[in-house]
Design a protein around this ligand. Structure first.
Ligand code: PPS
Length: 568
């Protein structure tokens, strides 16, 4: 029975047999759009019906209606805009009614898309309406405003090849398969637990309580698409869930993967999560405190109230075919040796809790994790993936004007780090990179960005493998430096060092005679003269090399790294 799906019918956009051959044939002559890694997540869930009743990307009328009021134009609840964002150049060649072939990053045909709508959305308005803010500290807003393509396509999809996965295939299935699986197990009540974090003792107790109360089985249905920047990767998380499963009574709980690109959209996202789980055939869905929370805003406050998501989704219960369960917030009471809900605390009793961020911090600093909080086998698994800071990969990113002393300082720091030993060190000096990695690039804004992103890419590979990458480009633009930072922070520690030598000093040194040439107009677009340098706002360190001898400056940097517990 698939009528319980959202909209009354479970969608499956894949075709078979003769129809499939026809789609493959058309793909040979269609123009192709190569889906980005992010776009791969949405399309997988569109094609397999997890996004029922959607049969493709939202057309403009549905988009507007979703953005404004969380409903499709026909009134069906749907909180999240799902569109294919394409480049202006590709859009310029696209016509309404045209069929485009969508391919995975390796070129495999995933689906054909008949274009019904093509428009340039007001993304600022979208951010305001969907996320309630335009603050780019919100990861969903940042991605929407800074990372996506400018033009949206709406249209219907026909599926050709399901996106291929190599990892944890035993835990991946379509909504139709999941429904079949529950039927075979005879599970009539099944709770979905959405998570993007490791699971600890309080979570398990909370889930067991809800299982007992609702006479239900449970699936840890973890988001493994894009989650919040800085999250522990899903490989490690799933290994942790495997360690947690034996703590449930045998045969009552399972693990499944959901390739969802989260938007960290709080209440709206919680509603979306519930609808998706309804489509997978779950009967109950747990909405947590601060569900799909985006973290802190630029002023240090929260974007949404802690219970806002629970309230919104519960208020729409009548329109859903899935029972919404509010997760109780459990805290550990030392005197009693047990976990209690807020209302169970006696006056004067304090409950203990360790947040995900605090836990990560403790692991990074090699601190012991209390037994009451976590399963030791989970901690062991986390320690394997999250070594203490003194063993993590690092990128030291020196930025500053030409002649500020970046290269000299970077060289000195490199030598000193090699003397200390422990990690491999690679230097990506501005000039050296320009000769090798970026030899064809100019100093236009576009090319400088490309140059910095290439440096960032190489540095992230080095840091990912536990080494130290030292970069020393000018890197004049704040947005590009921010992109590099987020790239590195996915895999290691990013240390931005602003070499803040005043321009008068740099120009006075003029070791290469470039300032003189720039002043004479012989070089155009020279940083600090007729091209901007955005001063870093919150670098990990700022140093003016004109105030110190180079030996002292190097020592200052090493001292700062010690202070950050990055080196012993
Ligand atoms: S950027 O902006 O980060 O891509 O620049 P970068 O790769 O670090 O290259 C800077 C070096 O190139 C020389 N050079 C210029 N710098 C700035 N602006 C213009 N127009 C320019 N043209 C050439 C200059 O020698 C820089 O080297 P450093 O070591 O910084 O002095």
């Amino acid at each position: 029975d698939t009528t319980s799906a959202h909209g009354g019918k479970l969608i499956n956009l894949y075709v078979e047999g003769e129809a499939l051959l026809q789609e493959k044939e058309k793909a040979k002559s269609n123009r192709s759009w190569d889906l980005t890694t992010c776009q791969m997540f949405d399309i997988e869930l569109l094609l397999n019906g997890a996004f029922s009743p959607l049969t493709g990307y939202l057309n403009q009328a549905d988009y507007q209606s979703v953005v404004e009021g969380m409903r499709l134009a026909d009134g069906t609840l749907w909180p999240m805009p799902i569109n294919l964002d394409i480049s202006q150049a590709f859009a310029d060649e696209t016509t309404i009614g045209e069929e485009i072939t969508l391919r995975d990053p390796e070129g495999v045909v995933i689906a054909n898309l008949v274009v019904t709508d093509l428009w340039t959305p007001d993304k600022t308005l979208e951010a305001e309406k969907v996320f309630g803010t335009t603050d780019t500290a919100h990861p969903g807003v940042r991605r929407l405003l800074n990372e996506g393509n400018p033009v949206y396509v709406g249209g219907t999809l026909t599926g050709v090849t399901p996106p291929l996965h190599y990892d944890f295939n035993q835990y991946r299935n379509t909504p139709a398969e999941m429904r079949q699986h529950f039927a075979e197990l005879g599970w009539s009540n099944v709770i979905a637990f959405q998570t993007r974090n490791p699971i600890h003792k309080a979570h398990v107790i909370m889930m067991k309580r809800l299982m007992a109360k609702n006479q239900a089985n449970l699936v840890i249905h973890t988001a493994v698409g894009r989650t919040k920047p800085g999250d522990i990767d899903h490989f490690c998380r799933v290994r942790c869930y495997e360690k947690v499963l034996p703590h449930f009574p045998a045969g009552t709980a399972e693990i499944r993967l959901l390739p969802l690109a989260m938007r960290m959209g709080g209440p709206r996202e919680a509603l979306w999560h519930a609808i998706i789980r309804q489509n997978y055939g779950f009967t109950h869905f747990i909405v947590g405190r601060d569900h799909a929370g985006p973290g802190r805003n630029n002023l240090g406050g929260l974007f949404y109230g802690a219970t806002e998501a629970q309230e919104l989704v519960s208020s729409l219960q009548d329109e859903l075919n899935i029972q919404i369960l509010k997760a109780p917030f459990l805290r550990y009471v030392e005197g009693r040796g047990e976990f209690c809900e807020e209302h169970e605390l006696l006056s004067g009793e304090a409950g203990l809790y360790i947040s995900g961020a605090e836990l990560k911090d403790k692991l990074c600093h090699g601190e012991d994790i209390p037994e009451w909080f976590a399963f030791p086998e989970v901690i062991e698994e986390l320690n394997r993936t999250l070594p203490p800071r003194s063993k993590q990969g690092i990128t030291l990113f020196f930025t500053g004007l030409s002649g500020s002393g970046k290269s000299t300082l970077a060289n000195g720091v490199m030598v000193k780090l090699r003397e200390l030993g422990g990690r491999h060190v690679s230097l990506l000096d501005g000039d050296v990179v320009r000769k090798n990695l970026s030899s064809e690039l100019s100093f236009s804004k576009e090319h400088r960005d490309l140059n910095i992103l290439r440096i960032g890419y190489v540095a992230s590979e080095i840091s990912k493998n536990g080494g130290i990458a030292i970069c020393a480009p000018i890197a004049p633009y704040a947005t590009t430096r921010r992109s590099v930072r987020s790239m590195i922070e996915e895999v290691g520690v990013f240390v931005e060092i602003h070499v803040a030598t005043p321009i008068e000093v740099c120009e006075g040194r003029d070791r290469k005679g470039l300032y003189a040439m720039a002043r004479a107009g012989k070089i155009k677009g020279f940083t600090g003269i007729d091209d901007p340098y955005d001063v870093p706002e919150n670098p990990e360190m700022r140093i003016d090399t004109s105030q110190y001898t180079m030996t002292d400056a190097v020592e200052q940097v090493i001292e700062r790294l010690r202070e950050m517990k990055l080196i012993a």
